[in-house]
Design a protein around this ligand. Structure first.
Ligand code: EPZ
Length: 416
């Protein structure tokens, strides 16, 4: 398995371009299943998760063409509405094919994604919503089997804010008979980006970006071209890396408009941030101030940035209290950060981080995507050499990571 070797202590400086958003591209690629016409997406990041989803969609009978950051999908030949376990187990967002398949084919058989390092990750809200729209749904032998001649518009209310739950139900509702309202809908920008793509394909959706999304079902959707939004979590991750190393960096091809909560915390930590229409520049002080944070659904502080801020707080002045309210087990990075010398106490879903003068390089292990990013940030500031094992987690969500870090002056290289 590949490892990442980082020589710490370098102030990150320079300019690097961000990629398209993984968590927007994944549902958007699934939207192509809703129409017989070819659909083209641009700014699609080259990531393992994207490759896995394209493989999953391809085995359903969909034609897949990839040209750089552009992907064209032609689902006219879709004849196998099944998502098998061996593919779904490696990428739980595969559940996003469920809604489109039921809406387009009247049937779907999708392996239950199973949990992952950060939590049980159930999909009960996805199932409850489809049942409310008239689907017969059973869960047998680890598969969700859903059947509906034609889904019916309904008033849906999810028990908690669920990003992919909202996305699955919004896609299913596009072809339903009648109107659907999703209450308590997720407001994450990736949900809005998917909605804009569906509208370009002929869907009738209002309330985009709010917690009440209204979808008026139509007979069919047509082809379109859609550019995937920039990855706000990748952007936030690099901002944290520049901040933690006391650097001065400019990120292009991205926007600050979906990162208010993160930028607010980086400013509190002492960073100076200048925003342009499609770029962000961050200048950091030699030593950051510790910042408290509590994760919650958008527009509050994103859970996907919690691990990165734990690394940043590990070397900041003062004590930080971090509350993780979304996932039940998203502090796996803490024990690895402690191996680098961080002073972190965990009590349930609360972590107390005492800033230390410096971290010392060591060998650490990545456990999930954003935990890995946290270890990269810590390795960049630690004295000496840090080796991060199991970096396949990183490759799921960070395109050309070493190349982008190198553009900012980091000494990082992959060892096979
Ligand atoms: C999406 O996951 C993201 N993934 C996650 O990013 C992100 O951390 C998460 O939203 C929260 O923002 C994609 O978009 C592909 P949820 P998702 O449904 O949709 C519970 C990354 O790092 N829940 O919003 O799976 C669930 O257990 C990944 O890129 C149910 O109980 O998350 C969790 O506690 C990690 N039943 C909470 O709701 C359900 O049916 C929020 O989960 C659905 C969710």
């Amino acid at each position: 398995m590949d490892k990442l070797l980082i020589e710490g202590g370098v102030r990150l400086q320079g300019e690097v371009a961000m990629s398209g958003a993984k968590n927007a591209a994944l549902p958007i690629l699934c939207a192509a299943l809703l129409t017989r016409d070819p659909v083209t997406f641009t700014n699609v990041p080259q990531l393992n998760d994207i490759a896995t989803l394209l493989k999953l969609i391809g085995q359903m009978g969909v034609k897949v063409e990839r040209d750089g950051d552009a992907v064209t999908l032609d689902a006219s030949g879709l004849d196998n509405p099944v998502a098998p376990y061996e593919l779904v187990k490696t990428m739980r967002a595969s559940i996003l094919v469920l809604g489109p398949l039921v809406a387009r084919c009247g049937e779907a058989r999708v392996s239950l994604p199973g949990g992952c390092a950060i939590g049980a990750r159930p999909v009960d809200q996805h199932i409850k919503g489809l049942q409310a729209m008239g689907a017969e749904v059973s869960v047998e032998h680890g598969y969700v089997h859903a059947v509906a001649t034609r889904l019916k518009g309904a008033r849906l209310f999810t028990d908690m804010v669920t990003v992919t739950g909202t996305e699955n139900l919004m896609m299913a509702a596009c072809l339903a008979d009648g109107d659907t309202v999703i209450e308590n809908a997720a407001r994450e920008p990736e949900v809005a980006d998917l909605a804009h793509c569906l509208i370009a394909m002929g869907a009738d959706i209002s309330g985009v970006g709010t917690d009440m999304i209204r979808i008026r079902g139509v007979e069919r959707l047509h082809g379109a071209t859609h550019r995937v939004m920039p990855d706000r979590i990748e952007t936030g991750t690099y901002l944290c890396a520049i901040a933690a190393t006391g650097g001065d960096g400019r990120l292009t091809g991205t926007s600050a408009s979906y990162l208010e909560a993160v930028i607010d915390k980086l400013t509190d930590a002492g960073c100076r941030i200048d925003t342009e229409p499609d770029a962000i520049r961050l200048r950091a002080p030699a030593r950051l101030k510790a910042v408290n944070l509590r994760t919650a659904p958008y527009p509050a502080f994103p859970t996907d940035m919690q691990a990165q801020f734990m690394a940043l707080n590990a070397v900041a002045d003062g004590t930080a209290v971090i509350r993780e309210t979304i996932f039940e087990n998203r502090f796996m990075h803490a024990v690895e950060l402690q191996r680098l010398g961080a002073d972190i106490g965990i009590d349930g879903n609360t972590a107390v981080v005492q800033g230390v003068a410096s971290l010392q390089g060591a060998t650490v292990m990545a456990t999930d995507l954003r935990a890995s990013a946290s270890l990269v940030i810590a390795g960049l500031v630690a004295e000496g050499e840090t080796v991060i094992e199991r970096i396949y987690h990183l490759d799921r969500g960070y395109e050309r990571l070493e190349e982008k870090l190198a553009r900012l002056g980091a000494h990082a290289r992959r060892i096979h």
